[in-house]
Design a protein around this ligand. Sequence first.
Ligand code: PAF
Length: 273
Amino acid sequence: MFRQSRLWHSQNKSVALVPTMGALHEGHLSLIRLAKKKGDKIVVSIFVNPTQFGPNEDYNSYPRTLNEDFKKCSELGVDAVFLPSVSAMYPDNSSTYVNEEILSQHLCGARRKGHFRGVCTIVLKLFNICAPDIAVFGQKDAQQSLIISQMVRDLNIPVKIIIAPIKREKDGLAMSSRNKYLLPEERRQATAIYNGLQKIKKWQNDNLSVAQVRRKLIRFIQREKDIRIDYVSIVNINTLSEVSRPKKGDKLLIAVAVFFNKARLIDNIVIKW
Ligand code: PAF
């Protein structure tokens, strides 16, 4: 992969990487389409990265749909699919990891210990191997995108990070490989997440405080009986720390993580206070 990327560079072609864990859906395809606009050669990596899953998480059951993924990549004119094995990425004697230490303390990082250490480590490895000029990530994983941008700055990695908007189903549910886990009734209830986020504008117009907006959002989502809230947080978009009294015009990230049984879904919107 590295040799191929170097060859493209020697031909003055830029390389855009879309890192994924496979089970490609329209959300991923929108990242690939954006990558095609930004780079000459497109690489999609497919690797279900064991180090970003906790011991009781869904590493083993994570959907793996390689044949369909290849088909989608080839239909979109992807130039290379990079598909490493676990033993190639993590040989037995590997002992170096990348840790971002501040942004990772919040939101998903606080609930999924070690998750972003796994993400940063694999993304840096993918950057080193695929040598992209550009890499595209999705805003759905807002914290991940922020942490990777931070890592790129902190470690002087010569890759431009592009964040693509969230792709949603017709009823607003953010597209995710984990939506596959939902039973039909859970899938129906899952629309409460985005419907709740959509209500925030109105609550803001009613002059509610951040704490009141948060409580309303929690109550709205909890009306659905199978949803268990992991967190609902209103945070500063740059630091990811909780805000209580934002100034008018401050940009805030409203981030939600919920469980349906074992399926964990996340979503977010960015608002101006
Ligand atoms: O967002 C994902 O699918 C993964 O976290 C990533 C960036 C491919 C790293 O494994």
